[in-house]
Design a protein around this ligand. Structure first.
Ligand code: NAP
Length: 295
């Protein structure tokens, strides 16, 4: 399969490596990262240790093929720009897959791509962009993929099998939109609070005040999701949120890393969308609102 990955930073470079074991892969990213990979190969540290040659390009004009699969791995606030820039690479038979967090990626992609050709993938693997040309695979996680509308298309099984075979254990989902909402509910509780209080994920369950705040955000985000016809319960969501906190207790969330490195965060695509949906559906979003205002 011909695959183009747009926004090769941490997660895009890691998945690029795993996909490249059996496919023709092109990474599109920023000049410094692309130049470093051209010079020394992509260096992966941590849970995966590799130094691999992989095709890299700065712009889509240089990519020598039309992809069967175009994967977006930019931060959610860059989705619209990235898809607009790559529209020339999206042919009639190209599938576009969002491998991102946030609730507004599909909406942005479908302005340019037929919904029937949009796929989504969520993963709990952890990857840190160490320096140009070097990423660190910090945590092994689970990966799920599904189609937004065309549920039973063979490409979903093909990608899941291909990734599993290459070392990224992947399952398929018949309701990937619900999975995206569930991940967003969990992220709406963990990410901003660790970023505001500058703590590791695990501290959210060690400090009873922060634990209470997490429970309240979870209740609010779950209620908002329900008004968007997402079939979730508070009991399941808080159980899941606490499981994720325990499983990642030693991690610094991506939002905290962003704040520390003075980078824009994805709060607008997570808590911001909960606020937007609450307004549309006339439900409360006091805590998500306070969080958005804080950032
Ligand atoms: N890292 C993880 O462990 C992980 C795990 C699960 C999900 N995710 C999700 O995956 C997405 C990507 O996260 P990440 O951590 O991989 O972010 P990242 O390291 O910042 O990678 C994104 C890269 O895309 C570049 N970029 C932005 N717009 C571009 C464009 N138009 N063309 C080419 N390159 C462009 C960015 O450059 P600039 O920085 O210069 O803008 C950056 O190098 C996010 O939604 C995140 O929540 C990440």
């Amino acid at each position: 399969m011909n695959i183009v990955i747009v926004g090769a930073g941490a997660i895009g470079s890691l998945f690029g490596y795993f996909f490249s074991k059996e496919n023709n892969v092109a990474l599109i990213g920023r000049k410094t990262h692309i130049d470093a990979i051209k010079q020394n190969g992509l260096i992966i540290k941590g849970k995966t240790r590799k130094n691999v040659k992989i095709s890299t390009f700065e712009t889509i004009d240089e990519v020598p093929f039309m992809p069967d699969l175009l994967i977006l791995t930019v931060k959610s606030y860059d989705t619209e720009n990235a898809i607009k820039q790559t529209v020339g690479l999206i042919g009639e038979n190209t599938f576009v897959m969002s491998l991102q967090n946030g609730l507004d990626n599909v909406e942005k992609i479908e302005k340019y791509v037929d919904r029937k050709r949009i796929l989504a993938c969520i993963t709990t693997h952890g990857v840190v962009f160490f320096k140009p040309g070097v990423i660190e695979h910090t945590g092994i996680g689970k990966t799920v993929i599904g189609a937004i509308e065309n549920k039973n298309i063979p490409i979903i099984e093909n990608i899941a099998n291909m990734l599993s075979k290459s070392g990224i254990k992947t399952t398929t989902s018949n309701d990937i939109l619900k999975d995206i909402w569930i991940k967003a509910i969990v992220n709406s509780c963990i990410n901003p609070i660790t970023a505001i209080f500058r703590c590791k994920n695990g501290y959210l369950l060690e400090n009873p005040v922060l634990e209470k705040i997490v429970e309240k955000i979870c209740e609010e985000s779950t209620n908002i999701a329900k008004t968007c016809k997402i079939n979730v319960s508070y009991e399941d969501m808080i159980k899941k949120t606490k499981e994720v906190i325990s499983d990642t207790n030693n991690n610094y969330s991506s939002m905290l890393q962003g704040v520390i490195n003075n980078k824009k965060t994805e709060v607008g695509s997570i808590n911001g969308i909960f606020v937007q949906k609450s307004k549309e559906n006339n439900v409360e979003s006091i805590l998500n609102g306070v969080i958005v205002d804080f950032f």
